[in-house]
Design a protein around this ligand. Structure first.
Ligand code: IPE
Ligand code: IPE
Ligand code: MG
Ligand code: MG
Length: 322
């Protein structure tokens, strides 16, 4: 509901994105149609296509270009989630059973590939070489970040700088692609494009920091995905780094990471974060700082309802429960 209010300047066009996404599951093979439809439906927030359209609102808003681009980024994002859930053996996504749970990891890998190709085709349909290159570059960067995360699983010797670099790659890069493509496809001057890239970058860091804290303190019901997943994967996130700093004498976290054990009591560690207002507060402070940075230069863009929505979306991100 709150998102509906923020999306108001692009409401009708976001509806067209939704219809376009439904259409891509109309293919000549019923099983594939089912997989595509399943992956795109559910409690998805559609933040990336919304940001593409909002970023296009400052200059020459051309829906013939912005609509396929908005679809491309949501399809690309969905592909990363389908692969992410197969890697994590995760059972719930967008409030529904995952592709890997219902049909197996092999189908999830192949569906993810199919969706990446679909996203590439929609990007290419804009015939804009800048965004076509951006698609390839972004996919490369996300894969680099995800590989970095997999390589460093259960490695407790990681500092904040490594964490920020990794989430910049795995999450911010796509938000940068979203805002750069939306503005570049609407003939924005280079200076404005850069302000929006800066927004995407900082918004993305804040978004992932909040996701990482919700992985401890969120509700599965509201999130539509399981909590405790980062701990189970051995992914060192900001709340985990803060736990190590705040409770250096507690052995449970080190034991879990050293044994990489499935059986170690993760509930206890989750409870430690849930019962540490200082840790939670610090995570939200970090996220709020990045949201502040995201918005600092927006005032140099033309004033319009989309600009207000960008500010409100940043604000939503640090209060969100889903
Ligand atoms: C989840 O993204 C993956 C992250 C980058 C944290 P969203 O929270 O935007 O997921 P949906 O699209 O709403 O399901
Ligand atoms: C985002 O990180 C994943 C990608 C960028 C592909 P997470 O691994 O935290 O995403 P969730 O929490 O499973 O949605
Ligand atoms: Mg995950
Ligand atoms: Mg997460």
């Amino acid at each position: 509901l709150e998102l509906d209010r923020i999306y108001e300047p692009i409401r009708e066009d976001l509806e067209k994105v939704e219809q376009g996404l439904q259409k891509i599951s109309h293919v000549d093979f019923a099983f594939l149609s089912q997989l595509i439809g399943h992956s795109l439906k559910g409690s998805a927030k559609r933040i990336r296509p919304a940001l593409t359209l909002l970023s296009g609102k400052f200059y020459d808003y051309n829906l013939n270009l912005l609509l396929p681009m908005a679809m491309a980024v949501e399809i690309m994002h969905t592909a990363t989630l389908v692969h992410d859930d197969a890697i994590d053996k995760s059972m719930v996504r967008r409030g529904k059973p995952t592709i890997n749970k219902l049909w197996g990891e092999d189908k999830a890998v192949l569906l993810g590939d199919y969706l990446f190709a679909e996203a590439g085709a929609f990007t290419a349909s804009t015939k804009n070489l800048r965004v076509i290159n951006l698609f390839a570059e972004t996919l490369r960067t996300i894969s680099n970040g995800e590989l970095n995360q997999a390589y460093n699983a259960f490695n407790l010797k990681q500092n904040r700088e490594q964490y920020y670099q990794r989430i910049a790659k795995k999450t911010s890069s796509l938000f940068c692609m979203v805002t750069e493509s939306g503005s570049a496809l609407s003939q924005a001057p280079e200076e404005s494009i850069h302000i929006l890239i800066e927004y995407g970058y900082n918004f993305g860091i804040a978004f992932q920091v909040v996701d990482d804290v919700l992985d401890f303190i969120g509700s599965e019901e509201e999130l539509g995905k399981p909590i405790g997943s980062d701990l189970a994967q051995g992914t060192v996130t900001l709340p985990i780094m803060l736990l190590l700093e705040n409770y250096p004498e507690d052995e449970s976290l080190r034991t879990l990471f050293e044994s990489r054990s499935e059986s170690t009591d993760k509930k206890h560690i989750i409870e430690m974060v849930r019962n540490s207002p200082a840790i939670i507060k610090e995570c939200y402070q970090v996220a709020a700082d990045f949201c502040g940075r995201a918005c600092t230069n927006l005032k140099r863009l033309p004033e319009n309802p989309a600009r207000q929505s960008l500010i409100e979306l940043a604000d939503f991100t640090i209060r969100r429960k889903k």
